[in-house]
Every structure is written in structure tokens, then in C-alpha cells.
Design a protein around this ligand. Structure first.
Ligand code: ZN
Length: 340
């Protein structure tokens, strides 16, 4: 069936996802605007298909200011040979294209974060339309989904894969195996997701498909090492999911599995200028000060010291100085036995 014959979507793909071979094209969404009465937004889409086998969906650019995944998936699309594939790899390297073009987390067109609008809406705003097509036409085909992120403008992060628990323990185990096979230094299982509704994670997990997201770098600081870790991870995903043959390439050490309790998110108690006392990957003890907020307008006021309730390893921290009341300052994970 041709993709544009699908009943739930008014959009089209310029790639025939049922065709064998490597095909570069776009998700085409009509977009009429001041400078183009008959215009389109064209989100890059690549399909590499050969014979029967599993389908792996790889995407990046969910947030437009996160770059490792966007670069690595472009490299992969060129390097991967059709003859080496058994099944299908679908690549969407820059999912929220308008955000990517603006180097921004959210789309400048409708101000939406695509990772909060899933399942999307075929008759909604542009970002909602992209989400709807991605879920209905691409996730629906996939057996495994990997969503590549990074710290973006505001956050630094140790390189970690992440997952949530599934209703079915078997799917949790399959997803944990993916998380380990990616071979990032850390793997985080979030029992508490502060903003779960609308996330791609939730939409895929509700369909009981193994899904991992990966946080690959810090604050736009793309480095040769962060690209290398990303390339190793996505190649490992191909092997692990059975799309290509080969061996998993291990990281420097096995992935350390961490959990993040609710108290592992430390939020700013006021507006201010954040001064960190801890850095990424640091170990902190219960009650340790992780940083302090200085009053921007009233330097005569004492800074507010923020403490972590439980100990653990700093996996994310806010990088920009000026911070708004309620913003997360650090995320601290603790080693766990997943128990599934
Ligand atoms: Zn992101």
C-alpha cells in the first residue's frame, strides 16, 4: 500500500517505504504562509530496506538544538549498504525541522515542543501534524525505536541511554537489552517522568514497542568523541535489533544502570543566577550542596543553597546561568537492580 493512501494522514512521504533499496526523500506537509502561498515543510526521511526482517526506526532532531544524533544519522544513512540490511532501517534525522533550522528546542512556527504533543493531530498545527505522521506511518511499522537527544542549549549531561518500565515485564527486559547494547557509559531507568504526557516515549511505550532515548552530549558542544559514541551506539542498535550482522562494539566499561528517584530532580527555589558546586558524573552524598542561586537584582541577599536529598551520580545539570523558579538544576541517579 502506498504511504499516501493511508487513511489517517493527509500528508505524504516522497519515499516508498515498501520499496527495496536505499531511498532519500521527505515527509511532505503542505504549509501555506506569507512568503509561499503554496508551500511545504519537507522533513528528511530515509528508508533502507532489503528482504524480510525487523524494522528499526532511528530519529534525531526532536529538539532542534541537539546535534549529535542529527549528524550521526546522516553519516549512517550514507555508510549503510542495502546488501548489509535484513529488514528495514527508517531514519528521520531532523524530526522537528523548523526547530532545527532555528537551532531551537521548539518550533518557531507554533512554539511547540514536538516531544510534548504526541500522538499529534492530523488537523492540528504544523508540529502536531509532523508528530501525527511520525507515529501513524513510521512508528506503526517499527519493531524498535531509538530517539537521539543531547543536552541542548540549557543542559549538560553525561552520555546516557534511558528507558521507562513497561506494563509487560518482557518488553521491559527487551528494552533494557537495547539500552545495554547501545553501550553508552550510563543507562537510566526513569520511574518518575515529570512531564510524561505528550512524549514520544509514552506514545511508543503505550504500543508496547521497545523504545530508548539517548542523551549524547552537552549544551550544543558536539565533539569528535560524542559523535563517535553516537555512531557506535546506532551501529550497535542495527546489530542488536537484527537488521545487520556483526558484533556489538563495547564501550570503555559496561553500561552502569541507574534509577532516578523523585528527589533526584532538584528544582530552583527562586529566580536567580545558578552557581553549580558539582559537575557532570560527580558522586554526591545525601544532603550535599549541589549549587546555589544568586539574586540577580538584589546581590545584598544571601544566595540560596540547594541540596540533594539522596546521594548518587550527577547525570544532568543546568548549564546556563540565569534560572527561573522551578527549573531543574541537577538530576542525580543511583545504581539500581532493575528487578525485571
Ligand atoms: Zn531533547
Amino acid at each position: 500500500m502506498a504511504i499516501d493512501a493511508a487513511p489517517k494522514s493527509i500528508f505524504s512521504a516522497t519515499v516508498d517505504l515498501d520499496a527495496r533499496g536505499k531511498h532519500f526523500g521527505h515527509i511532505q506537509i503542505p504549509f501555506s504562509r506569507d512568503d509561499a502561498a503554496i508551500g511545504n515543510v519537507l522533513v528528511p526521511l530515509i528508508s533502507i530496506k532489503n528482504g524480510d526482517g525487523p524494522c528499526l526506526l532511528l530519529n534525531a532532531g526532536t529538539h532542534g538544538d541537539e546535534f549529535e544524533g542529527q549528524i550521526a544519522l546522516r553519516n549512517l544513512a550514507h555508510a549503510l549498504q542495502v546488501k548489509d540490511v535484513s529488514g528495514q532501517v527508517i531514519i528521520v534525522p531532523s524530526l522537528n525541522l523548523p526547530a532545527v533550522l532555528s537551532n531551537a528546542r521548539c518550533s518557531p512556527i507554533d512554539r511547540l515542543n514536538i516531544n510534548r504533543v504526541f500522538p499529534g493531530k492530523p488537523t492540528g498545527s504544523l508540529t502536531e501534524k509532523i508528530a501525527s505522521f511520525f507515529l501513524d506511518e513510521l512508528v506503526s511499522r517499527a519493531d524498535f525505536v531509538v530517539d537521539l537527544h543531547a543536552g541542548g542549549t540549557n543542559y549538560g549531561c553525561v552520555c546516557f541511554g534511558m528507558m521507562h518500565r513497561y506494563a509487560k515485564a518482557a518488553t521491559s527486559r527487551a528494552t533494557l537489552a537495547m539500552l545495554k547494547a547501545f553501550s553508552a557509559p550510563f543507562g537510566v531507568i526513569f520511574d518518575t517522568e515529570p512531564d510524561r504526557d505528550g512524549m514520544l516515549d509514552t506514545a511508543v511505550e503505550d504500543r508496547d514497542k521497545p523504545f530508548i532515548a539517548v542523551e549524547l552530549g552537552s549544551s550544543r558542544a558536539v565533539t569528535p568523541r560524542s559523535i563517535a559514541v553516537t555512531m557506535r551506539g546506532v551501529r550497535n542498535m542495527l546489530v542488536h535489533c537484527g537488521v545487520t550482522k556483526g558484533d556489538i562494539t563495547a564501550g570503555e566499561a559496561p553500561t552502569q544502570i541507574l534509577g532516578v528517584p523523585a528527589a533526584g530532580f532538584v528544582a530552583a527555589e527562586d529566580h536567580g543566577m545558578f552557581e553549580p558546586f558539582v559537575d557532570l558524573a560527580d558522586m554526591v552524598k545525601p544532603g550535599d550542596a549541589i549549587g546555589q542561586l544568586h539574586s540577580i537584582h538584589r546581590p545584598d541577599r544571601e544566595p540560596i543553597v540547594h541540596r540533594i536529598k539522596d546521594g548518587g551520580r550527577v547525570v544532568m545539570r543546568r548549564m546556563t546561568g540565569t534560572t527561573t523558579h522551578g527549573d531543574c538544576l541537577v538530576v542525580v541517579g543511583v545504581p539500581i537492580d532493575p528487578g525485571f
